[in-house]
Design a protein. Structure first.
Length: 302
């Protein structure tokens, strides 16, 4: 299969590069830690050169993620999901031509935005496109988890939860850091996470989460909770609160690494939410779909 596209899923902390065939097959995959905040000497051009070394220079490049942010190569626009939502055709039409900046045929995928409440995403929209825009909810957990609702083949709304970042801040930079210890084994970690999920299910009023957070410290000091159980308890409490806030009983497709998928499917099970896991490298599928819709890839087969 001849290469037809170089696709880059370029986020804050990682860069995933794909050499993609006309039919969407992944001919080669590369990954590095050269995210937007961890670039090598030489910056973006050097990171791109390393990621695409030896690949054809005459196929188009399509990039999504934080590479299109203000701190990226060029700032790509946001498409507003208000009204009819955003589908594949709108994303393909709004690709930003950055060929001059990159030095070869190259485009950036636009991000998405919404108002009331204000929200934005970059990169996740491409992963959702890779799911085929089936009706339902896509959950993309991480530092900032995204809950994306799809209807009629269009992204109609989304919400962001700062679960991962809040966990890092609380466990490292608050009074909880003094009482948190590494789990002794996997059983202790799992027990802590499940206990945190149970506590999240019991939250019954605004502000209750804030009470439960301090109770972690008190429980360790009073001997009610082993210190080694506390980090996973905190994680379970925050993930559980995130799932509870969505209040959905519709099927959810989880788009994440195996470790995060396992964690979130356990939480979804605790709240009785049906779910399935997305296949790996869903971003490559999304980049291929956008490339076909934008006619960057011609003569493709399905």
């Amino acid at each position: 299969m001849a290469p037809a596209l170089i696709g880059l899923d370029w986020g804050t902390s990682a860069l995933r590069a794909y050499l993609v065939g006309r039919d969407g097959s992944i001919l080669e995959r590369r990954e590095s830690g050269h995210g937007i905040r961890a670039l090598p000497e030489g910056g973006l051009p050097a990171a791109f050169a390393a990621a695409s070394a030896g690949w054809p220079g005459d196929v188009p490049v399509l990039m999504s993620g934080m590479v299109g942010s203000r701190s990226g190569w060029v700032e790509a626009p946001y498409l507003d999901v208000a009204g009819r939502g955003v589908g594949l055709a709108e994303v393909a039409e709004a690709l930003l031509d950055v060929s001059e900046a990159v030095g070869r045929t190259a485009f950036l995928v636009p991000g998405l935005k919404s108002h009331d409440p204000a929200d934005v995403m970059r990169g996740e929209e491409t992963q959702v496109m890779g799911l085929g825009l089936r009706d339902g909810t896509a959950l993309l957990p991480g530092t900032h988890s995204k809950w994306v609702r799809i209807a009629g083949g269009r992204i109609v709304s989304f919400r962001t939860a700062m679960t991962g970042e809040v966990f890092a801040a609380l466990s490292r930079h608050t009074i909880l850091a003094d009482t948190i210890a590494e789990p002794g084994d996997e059983a202790e970690a799992q027990a802590g996470f499940d206990a945190g999920l149970e506590a999240a299910r019991a939250l019954d009023r605004p502000g209750a989460l804030l009470n439960r957070l301090f109770a972690i410290r008190a429980s360790v000091l009073l001997g009610d909770m082993p210190a080694g159980r506390s980090p996973e308890y905190l994680s379970g409490l925050l993930v559980g609160a995130e799932v509870a806030a969505e209040g959905t009983d519709a099927p959810v497709t989880v788009v994440a690494s195996p470790a995060l998928t396992s964690r979130y499917t356990r939480a979804l099970d605790a709240f009785g939410v049906p779910h399935e896991a997305a296949p790996p490298d869903i971003a490559a599928r999304g980049l291929h779909a956008i490339g076909v819709a934008a006619r960057l890839i011609t003569g493709h087969t399905t």
